[in-house]
Every structure is written in structure tokens, then in C-alpha cells.
Design a protein around this ligand. Structure first.
Ligand code: HOZ
Length: 436
């Protein structure tokens, strides 16, 4: 194993080979390290809070597969559930007991869910939820927020966050003018603007879709009253309120952001954690709306691998642990506080006025001296300093998302020792990021 994490000959060689057969060498753009430069580390295994790359370097993981790994990697109960399920075949394309149990548990744990439909990814969940909102209201337009990311369906790739923001392409070619015209974009945390837009399109807005905690332009919490205001506006104008909780579901509280902030959407989209690391998505909400979905209602949506038994067993094992532990979210909060306080101490010691956000076990260090409440403010961050900080952390064994415009996530397996190492590394990385 090379002594220096800077050297990664195996990853470099694999990346070169991958680029011959996979666009950009990756299966999701932000993984290519374009936002920070250098060679993406090819990961061969992970355990608990740690990743190991193909060169044998170990890292404390703050990506968590972009959110799903709330319990850490290779949780023994989740692995056992997958192994046991696989013995009985990996797919039936027919109803199963386990998908019913997952649906039951989701409706028990997520306050606004009365019925839920399983799909295979967050993108599928948000895309289907919007189709349902349109079918239910008989309206075409949707309101989304600049810098929110809801997967890659055409009508979401307008002012999109995440990889689209990292690569500076918030509007994708390939999205027709007609499709783009039905997406109305508002500023995150700006209720007055949503009101203006919704009033300018009377009886036309099918839904407002929002990340209740934005996690795809860094991590930006909702301003006080923002979510409540969206609820009111949707009620006044007969629009469906969709919380995209793919990232925040079971992350910021057991019942997601809706529980944490006490605001109930009409529809909720889920993914990531509910699949225990296997590909999964779900959308659900009020029965009256969900019963518009085929085969009960006229809005069509289907999928060969929907409710896949391996994903359902992994998801159920994860959700069961979450449901049964009385202290899981308190423990995560404690870890989060230690990270937050330590980061503030590091920033103060170095006289850096940067902004640190955190909601539950997700957060972000913005290289910005001003508060970051929306897309424009996130865009103004010093991405060059972030790049140096990122590489400083990587060299010291801390794996962050390779973009200023992604959140960090930690798991129940991140304990005091991992926090201590992270904060020490952070101090050094911040110092280095500021050496000219
Ligand atoms: N858009 C995802 C994070 N916000 C990235 C997913 C991935 O690259 O795996």
C-alpha cells in the first residue's frame, strides 16, 4: 500500500480504463471529481464508518453512498437480511409479504403517509409523484426551487442542484422548451416569490415540490415559516405540496423533515435509507391522492423490479432497527453537535468566518462569509478553497463529497474517535486551504 494517500496508482489506472467504456468513467457525474480535480478513488469495500479504496487506503466516510448508509456500511442485520432473501430468488415480479411489511412500517413512521408505492430510485419516485399531482389536479405547471435536485426527469433539470450545479449545467440540453415551460422556478426560502408565481398562474399549478432541507446545493435548512408558508399557499390555491424526502427521510428525524418541522405535505418521496443501500424509491401520501394511482385510479405507473425482494428485505431490516431504537436519533444528534462545535472551534481558531450548517446527521461547510439561504448564495462560495480543503481532508483519511454543492452525512457508526480524527484533519486542511 502506498504510504501517501495522495498516491493512488490503482484508482488512477482503473479510472483511465473506465473512461474508455463509461462516459467520464463514472455512472453518476459528481463522482468524477470534476468539482475538485484529481483522481476519483475507486472503492473496494466499506465497513461501519470506513471506506477502503483499491490502493488499500482507509477513509472515514462522510458520503455514506450519498445518504443511504445511516447505520454505517455492511450492518450485520442488513447483510443477513439480503443473504437470506437471495436464497429464495432475487425477484418475482409479484406481490410479496415483505413489501407489504415495508409499506406498513413506512406509513407508521412517516407522519403524513397513508398509502405508499415502491419504485426503484429517487428519480422514479419524484417523477411519479409529479405525474400523480398533475393527474389529480388536472393541471400542468409545477413549482420547484433553484438548487433543489429531484433526480433527472426532464422537467426537474431546470435550475437543478447536485451534479448539475457542480458541473455548471443547471439546465440540461435534451429537455424540450415545452417541458421546461411547465416548470416554474422560485428562490429557496423566498415565500413571497412563491406567492407571486402561484398567483400569476391561477388554477394552473399542480404542485410545489421542495426539499424540506435542501441537500443538493450544500445543506441549507428551511428558514422559519418557509415550509408552513408553502403549506398555506398550496391549500389556498388547490396545489399539491410534495416534500422530496429522498435525502431527509429517516435522516433528519425518524419521521423525516415533516416530523422535525411539524409540516405535513400531501405527497412525500422517499429513497436512499429506506433501501438499506439497495436501489429503491417510494412515493406516498394522502389516500385520496394515492388512490389516483393505477390500478385503482387512472394515473399510470409500473416497474418490473418495483418492490424487489432484496431491496425490501434490506430496507425492512434498516427501518426495523430505526423503529426499535429509542436512542438512535439522540446519538446521531450528539455526534452532530460534537462535529459542529469542533468545526466552529477550528474556524474561530483560524479566524475564518465560514458558515457551517447541520440538520440531524447531514450538513455542510460553506466556504462563504455570508449566510447561505439559497442557490445564488451557495454559488458565491469559494470553490477553489473548497477544492484545497477537500484534498487536504482526503490526504488525512477523511472522505467528503467531491463538491461544495453536496451535503455530508454521518452514520450511527461514527463515534468520538472518528469525530476527533475528523476535527484534527479539518484544522490542518483549513490551514492548508488558506496558504497561498
Ligand atoms: N446526485 C447525487 C447526490 N446528490 C449523486 C449521486 C451519486 O453520484 O451517486
Amino acid at each position: 500500500m502506498p504510504a501517501n494517500r495522495h498516491e493512488c496508482p490503482e484508482s488512477r489506472q482503473l479510472f483511465q480504463r473506465s473512461q474508455r467504456f463509461i462516459p467520464g468513467g463514472v455512472n453518476s457525474p459528481v463522482r468524477a471529481f470534476k468539482g475538485v480535480g484529481g483522481t476519483p478513488r475507486f472503492i473496494r469495500s466499506a465497513q461501519g464508518a470506513f471506506l477502503e479504496d483499491e490502493d488499500g487506503h482507509r477513509y472515514i466516510d462522510y458520503v455514506g453512498s450519498w445518504g443511504p448508509m445511516l447505520l454505517g456500511h455492511a450492518d450485520p442485520d442488513v447483510i443477513a437480511a439480503i443473504q437470506n432473501a437471495a436464497i429464495s430468488s432475487s425477484s418475482f415480479g409479484a406481490p410479496t409479504r415483505i413489501e407489504m411489511q415495508v409499506a406498513e412500517l413506512l406509513c407508521e413512521l412517516v407522519p403524513s403517509l397513508e398509502k405508499v408505492r415502491m419504485v426503484n430510485s429517487g428519480t422514479e419516485a419524484t417523477m411519479s409523484a409529479v405525474r400523480l399531482a398533475r393527474g389529480y389536479t388536472g393541471r400542468d405547471k409545477i413549482i420547484k426551487f433553484a438548487g433543489n435536485y429531484h433526480g433527472h426527469a426532464d422537467f426537474f433539470l431546470i435550475a437543478a442542484g447536485s451534479g448539475a450545479m457542480t458541473l455548471g449545467k443547471p439546465n440540461s440540453p435534451g429537455v424540450t422548451i415545452g417541458t421546461a415551460g411547465d416548470t416554474l422556478v422560485a428562490r429557496y426560502n423566498d415565500l413571497a416569490q412563491v406567492k407571486e408565481i402561484i398567483e400569476a398562474h391561477p388554477d394552473s399549478v399542480a404542485c410545489v415540490i421542495v426539499e424540506p432541507v435542501a441537500g443538493n446545493m450544500g445543506c441549507i435548512p428551511p428558514a422559519p415559516g418557509f415550509l408552513e408558508g408553502l403549506r398555506q399557499l398550496c391549500d389556498q390555491h388547490g396545489s399539491v405540496l410534495i416534500f422530496d424526502e429522498v435525502m431527509t427521510g429517516f435522516r433528519v428525524a425518524r419521521g423525516g423533515a415533516q416530523e422535525r418541522y411539524g409540516v405535513m405535505p400531501d405527497l412525500t418521496t422517499l429513497g436512499k435509507i429506506i433501501g438499506g443501500g439497495l436501489p429503491v424509491g417510494a412515493y406516498g401520501g394522502r389516500e385520496a391522492i394515492m388512490d389516483f394511482v393505477s390500478p385503482v385510479g387512472p394515473v399510470y405507473q409500473a416497474g418490473t423490479l418495483s418492490g424487489n425482494p432484496l431491496a425490501m428485505h434490506a430496507g425492512y431490516a434498516t427501518l426495523r432497527k430505526i423503529a426499535d431504537s429509542p436512542v438512535l436519533y439522540e446519538d446521531l444528534e450528539e455526534t452532530g453537535q460534537a462535529l459542529e462545535e469542533g468545526t466552529q472551534r477550528n474556524l474561530d481558531a483560524l479566524g475564518l468566518p465560514y458558515v457551517h450548517t447541520r440538520v440531524g446527521s447531514m450538513g455542510c461547510l460553506f466556504f462563504s462569509e455570508d449566510p447561505v439561504l439559497n442557490y445564488e448564495a451557495a454559488r458565491r462560495c469559494d470553490t477553489d478553497r473548497f477544492r484545497r480543503y477537500f484534498h487536504g481532508m482526503l490526504e488525512q483519511g477523511v472522505y467528503l463529497a467531491p463538491s461544495q454543492f453536496e451535503a455530508f452525512f454521518f452514520s450511527t457508526q461514527h463515534g468520538p474517535a472518528e469525530v476527533e480524527h475528523t476535527l484534527k484533519a479539518q484544522r490542518v486542511a483549513l490551514e492548508r486551504a488558506h496558504q497561498s
